[in-house]
Design a protein around this ligand. Structure first.
Ligand code: HMG
Length: 397
């Protein structure tokens, strides 16, 4: 098959709308550094993080997801949505899909299929690709893709500075208003224990340096496969959205990619291609599945006009699975953005001190099956009201 026929595929399916939400609280890295004695330059310059989103006691992946998706439903209605795919690695139940709670909170029609997907931070990209397949089968349908996660490491672990939380909702449809997703994808899987979370733990285990090497190995692997699948040349891209466990990782990854492609690794050029994708992630922290799409939101909200330009996406999930693919920005996209709402989601968070953060970090529901209501804390649109008989109870605020 020729490169042109692979590239053509069905170029008119992609992201029609994108909205994100984050938490009630924020812990700054200055506060964390003052507590643990770290030189703040390590956080600001070394890993490229300024603050991290922290959920209130009555917030979780479901409340963030519903807050992200509600504006999408308000704008487009739910009539054409027959599938909701919820990607997360912070699942709240081993059987029931978290998306069913969102389906209920948003009053979506019963004629909907709802499912949850997991493969670390990569899950949302799998969801996006599956959604494109469904729309390809019936172009009148839309798929609501949700990525929602809370990143949590043990107190004092080097990963602590790379926590965060957010949800992204994307409406995938034919003739999208924002980004058309192209057919060739480079995919890569390697069985590696760089980061994992056994079912009995609430915090992740990680081999930090190993995870960075595994990520870079995946960049190489996906790019090789993308090229073999007849993808674009590196020089055709205007920007690159990387999974950002911390924003400096995007710079490391892009330097590695350009080296692999035999190109100049000029710092200014790397900053031009990656810098505009990092604005939200440096304040929100690692949002796992949502991170790469928060990078897209940041790019669309902050870069100069990107009309008809190609954007590269590198989605990495520890364990590990990764994918490199391309999108083209649709003419007129700017009038469909939610830039003010996104900036407000980040700006409205309340600063907490280290003691408050510690209490929230250690909070856990009793497992006795009793009634455990939660006090009203979040000022977001949805809340976790409590747990009763082992059932989580959600409500609009
Ligand atoms: P660490 O040991 O705390 O930090 O771990 P470090 O010593 O490696 O320093 C970090 C950077 O700060 C270095 O820069 C230092 O030089 C610099 P680099 O050499 O890498 O360019 N630095 C300073 N700069 C300025 N002034 C200073 C200073 N001191 C040091 N005074 C690590 C950092 C990221 C490993 C840790 O936070 C961690 O384990 N995080 C969690 C794992 C992680 O995020 N891995 C990333 C790849 S895996 C991934 O992305 C998947 C994931 O999202 C999960 C999923 O898929 O579900 C995690």
């Amino acid at each position: 098959m020729s490169v042109t026929s692979v590239m053509s595929g069905d170029p008119t399916i992609g992201i029609h709308d994108l909205s994100f939400a984050t938490t009630q609280y924020v812990l700054t890295h200055a506060t964390l550094a003052a507590e643990n004695g770290t030189d703040i330059a390590k956080y600001h310059a070394g890993i490229g993080q300024r603050s991290m989103s922290v959920p209130a006691a009555d917030e979780d992946i479901v409340t963030m997801a519903a807050a992200a998706a509600a504006p999408v439903i308000a704008r487009h209605g739910a009539e054409r949505i027959r599938t909701v795919v919820f990607a997360t690695e912070t699942s709240v139940d081993q059987a029931k899909a978290a998306g069913i709670h969102v389906h209920s909170l948003l009053g979506l029609p019963s004629a909907t299929r709802v499912v949850e997907l997991k493969q670390a931070c990569y899950g949302a990209t799998a969801a996006l690709q599956f959604a494109i397949g469904l729309v390809h089968r019936d172009r009148s349908q839309q798929v609501l893709v949700i990525a929602s996660d809370v990143s949590k490491y043990e107190l004092g672990n080097p990963g602590e500075a790379t926590q965060g939380a957010a949800a992204v909702a994307m409406l995938v449809s034919a003739d999208p208003a924002l980004v058309r997703i192209e057919d060739p994808s480079g995919v890569f899987t390697a069985d590696i224990m760089d980061f994992w979370r056994p079912n009995y733990r609430t915090t992740a285990l990680v081999d930090g340096q190993e995870s960075i090497s595994a990520y870079l190995q995946a960049v190489e692997g996906t790019w090789k496969d993308y090229t073999e699948q007849g993808g674009r040349a590196l020089t055709e891209f205007s920007a690159f959205c990387y999974h950002q466990p911390f924003t400096k990782m995007a710079y490391k990854a892009h330097r590695h990619l350009t080296q692999q492609g035999g190109h100049d690794t000029d710092q200014a050029e790397i900053a031009r291609c990656v810098g505009p994708t990092t604005t939200y992630n440096m304040d929100v922290g690692n949002s796992y599945t949502a991170s790469v799409y928060l990078a897209l939101a940041s790019l669309l909200d902050h870069a100069d006009d990107l009309t008809d330009q190609a954007v590269g996406f590198l989605s990495y999930g520890s364990g590990s699975v990764a994918e490199f693919f391309a999108g083209t920005v649709v003419p007129g996209y700017r009038s469909h953005l939610r830039s003010a709402m996104h900036r407000e989601a980040v700006a409205r968070r309340e600063d907490i001190d280290y003691a408050q953060y510690r209490v929230l970090h250690e909070q856990a529901f009793p497992v006795d099956g009793g009634d455990h209501p939660l006090p009203r804390e979040t000022t977001g649109p949805y809340r976790l009201a409590g747990i009763s008989g082992h059932k989580r109870i959600y409500e609009p605020r």
